[in-house]
Design a protein around this ligand. Structure first.
Ligand code: SAH
Ligand code: SF4
Ligand code: F3S
Length: 477
């Protein structure tokens, strides 16, 4: 979400360490002359980035502008991730750096939000002396009260999880956005119990947001000229909302259709799909609407059925392959497919690791997010299985998985050469302001000469060349 932040393409020269690390995002400046300033940093997955926009909105109503300069802040919040040990270590290191600012400005309020807050609860206050505030993902409405408690000289904690909270009525402040694409949360929590995963403990039970509030938010974005939305959830295919009177029932395929109908000019993406839940109905809805992007993030985690069972993923290799075949049959060979993979899960043998490589050969993923297994306290795997694969073996297997992915990414990208792709421009390219960068339907990054085009345009690009992570081409009028 971790790796749920899917706009980071598979980068050519990522080392295993980089591939296993989390992405960080700092919010932009919102200056409306309010009396206090909030600085918020987000770690982990897109759900967290989206939550930070909700937090900023709640605190905006309570008298806070946001700043991108930590020196100007009255309140510093880190919205944290617990998915792997390294993600938590990154946050602890960052708290060490923030200590320097707190020494210069003792009134500075320092808060930890998100998954680490939920996992560690008040022990965080004992372990990290600099922290004043610990707030879990379902308690953000309480932030104004909690901050006043801290202003009054106390430490404050609220880590209550909820079965209902979806923040449906809160209009997020689009801090992380480029003005072209935005995240929209459609559900929270997760009811699966993958044995390696901490998310069910940090995010609580699954609940789906009111379908009409989602459509309203999307309409609002279209009115502000946004061109792309990504519907977010840990397992979007199990989205299911019923109205209070029970008359309306909306599943994910139906929600997708409702969102696609908001505007034919709006691209619709979603993440993440669980292989056990993705239905043909969803695939046919994708086929029916041109503006639903033909790209599916379908994390396999492993290509071996015994390991998948230990992971408690509730599907096996054959089931996964059947879902990939359905995607190819209904949406065609060009539909983008990506995955998450974990190397060196408990008891994984060399042969079972080879099964992951052979699955990658079979599927020909456009890209993958790849990690070595990191045991998380309290999870089923930590309680029942031995983390017995030595670190050097985990890393070597991960390297092999990354190399395999580079190979299939390049194969897939070469197929795109000589074709025209519809690209939604997001920004200048990283290397030159004479070039623009955007993504095609399949979520691949495409770079081309700027000419008269600008951010937010749809441009037809004839692809002439590629690397592992990027397509290169020329705009055709
Ligand atoms: N809900 C999504 C995944 C969210 S977590 C899904 O079910 O696919 C994002 C990814 O982090 C997971 O897909 C998995 O590949 C990885 N991950 C989760 N826990 C991990 C752990 N303990 N060690 C290594 N990688 C992990
Ligand atoms: Fe974690 Fe599994 Fe839920 Fe994904 S589906 S968030 S991997 S428990
Ligand atoms: Fe996301 Fe990390 Fe939490 S991946 S749900 S922020 S543990």
């Amino acid at each position: 979400m971790d790796s749920l932040i899917k706009d980071l393409e598979f980068i050519d020269n990522r080392t295993p360490e980089q591939a296993a690390s989390c992405d960080t995002q700092v919010t932009k400046e919102v200056n409306t002359g309010k009396s206090r300033k909030l600085y918020i940093e987000s770690y982990g997955c897109a759900m967290n980035f989206s939550d930070s926009e909700i937090v900023s909105s709640i605190l905006f109503e309570d008298g806070f502008d946001t700043t991108s300069q930590i020196e100007l802040a009255d309140v510093v919040l880190l919205n944290t991730c617990s998915i792997r040990e390294k993600a938590e270590q990154t946050v602890r290191n960052r708290l060490g750096q923030i200590n320097y600012h707190k020494k210069k400005k003792p009134s500075l309020v320092v808060g930890v939000l998100g998954c680490m807050a939920e996992r560690l609860k008040k022990t965080l206050l004992e372990e990290e002396k600099i922290v004043d505030l610990v707030v879990g993902p379902d308690a953000y409405r309480d932030l104004p009260n909690l901050i006043s408690e801290v202003d009054g000289g106390q430490k404050a904690v609220n880590v209550l999880l909820s079965r209902e909270e979806t923040y449906a009525d809160i209009n997020p402040i689009r801090l992380n956005s480029n003005g072209v694409s935005a995240f929209v949360s459609i559900m929270r929590g997760c009811n699966n119990m993958c044995s390696f995963c901490v998310v069910p403990f940090t995010r609580g039970r699954e609940r789906s947001r009111d379908a009409h509030s989602i459509v309203r938010e999307v309409q609002n974005l279209v009115d502000q000229n946004y061109k792309e939305v990504t519907l977010l959830g840990q397992n979007v295919d199990s989205y299911h909302w019923s109205s209070e009177d029970g008359i309306e029932n909306v599943n994910f395929a139906q929600l997708l259709e409702m969102v696609a109908l908001v505007s034919p000019d709006l691209r619709v993406r979603f993440s993440t799909s669980h292989p056990k839940d993705i239905t043909d109905e969803v695939l046919y809805t994708m086929k029916k609407y041109d503006n639903i992007c033909k790209y599916i993030h379908l994390p396999a985690q492993s290509g071996n059925s015994r390991v998948l069972e230990l992971m408690n993923r509730t599907y096996d290799r054959d089931w996964y392959i059947n879902r990939v075949d359905a995607i190819r049959r209904i949406l065609g060979e060009d539909c983008g497919i990506s995955s998450d993979m974990i190397s060196g899960f408990c008891t994984e043998t060399e042969e079972e690791h080879q099964d992951t490589l052979s699955l990658m050969d079979y599927v020909q993923y456009d890209y993958s997010y790849m990690f070595f297994y990191s045991e998380r306290p309290g999870t089923l795997a930590a309680r029942k299985l031995e983390d017995d694969i030595p670190l050097d073996v985990k890393k070597r297997r991960l390297d092999e998985v990354i190399n395999k992915q580079r190979e299939t990414s390049l194969n897939r990208n070469k197929r795109d050469i000589g074709k025209v792709h519809k690209v939604l421009v997001e920004n200048f390219s990283k290397k030159s302001d004479q070039q623009l960068s955007g993504r095609n339907d399949q979520n691949k990054v495409v770079v081309f000469d700027k000419k008269h085009y600008k951010k937010g345009d749809y441009v037809n690009v004839f692809v002439t060349d590629c690397s592992v992570g990027t397509l290169f081409g020329e705009a055709v009028d």
